[in-house]
Design a protein around this ligand. Structure first.
Ligand code: SF4
Length: 207
């Protein structure tokens, strides 16, 4: 039986497929809501669908997707262990960068997905998703550095496509990926310890 999260993620996907909030819906063959495990602890957020993604209605299925899959495999994860989506869900014409008003229009869908999945860790792929949390930062400065934001840890990484276009970035992206399991474990341990401290403190107040 599908979990409540899976049902909600499907509902959001349906809203995205019917969305006309910005002009990008006009040129898109298939909106790309996202894919993966709705009960995942880790969510990857890229930029926008490309040509292959637009054809199939699935995220990260071209060369970037293949590289992402290889990197996940290198840390013992698969696409079924994580949830993958983009900042904008419809393909910008000619693979141009998404515009600020398109990112803003599509933001409500991303927010709904984050709320439904409630991931422990969000990995941003590229500067557009990084900017959702760290507007004035440079990806070259903060890639691979985990930052606690509310109840989650956010890890900015380069987009896999950047590593494919600039071979010098390839090892950097791979090295950042290697850190993810350790960052996730450390953050979960810290969250558990924080919760225990809170519980101890509330019990002390009873006496
Ligand atoms: S890009 Fe997002 S906001 Fe724009 S039409 Fe597609 S789903 Fe709607």
């Amino acid at each position: 039986m599908a979990s409540d999260r899976a049902i909600r993620i499907q509902e959001i996907a349906e809203e995205i497929r019917n969305c006309t909030l910005c002009e990008l819906c006009r040129g898109a063959a298939n909106p790309v809501p996202g894919a993966g495990n709705p009960d995942a602890e880790v969510m990857f957020i890229g930029e926008a669908p490309g040509m292959n993604e637009d054809k199939q209605g699935l995220p990260f299925v071209g060369n970037s997707g293949q590289f992402l899959n290889e990197m996940l495999e290198s840390i013992g994860w698969t696409r079924d262990d994580v949830f993958v989506t983009n900042v904008v869900k419809c393909r910008p014409p000619g693979n141009r960068d998404p515009l600020p008003d398109e990112i803003m229009a599509c933001g409500s869908h991303l927010e709904s997905q984050i709320a439904a999945l409630d991931p422990v860790m969000i990995v941003t792929l590229g500067r557009f998703s990084m900017a959702k949390w760290f507007q004035n930062e440079r990806i070259s400065r903060i890639h691979g550095e985990p930052r606690e934001v509310g109840r989650r840890v956010i890890v900015p990484m380069y987009h896999p496509a950047a590593a494919l276009h600039q071979p010098s970035l390839r090892e950097t992206v791979k090295a950042d990926m290697q850190k993810l399991p350790m960052i996730l474990d450390a953050f979960k341990q810290k969250a558990r310890a924080d919760l225990e401290t809170q519980q101890d403190n509330s019990q002390m107040k009873l006496f």
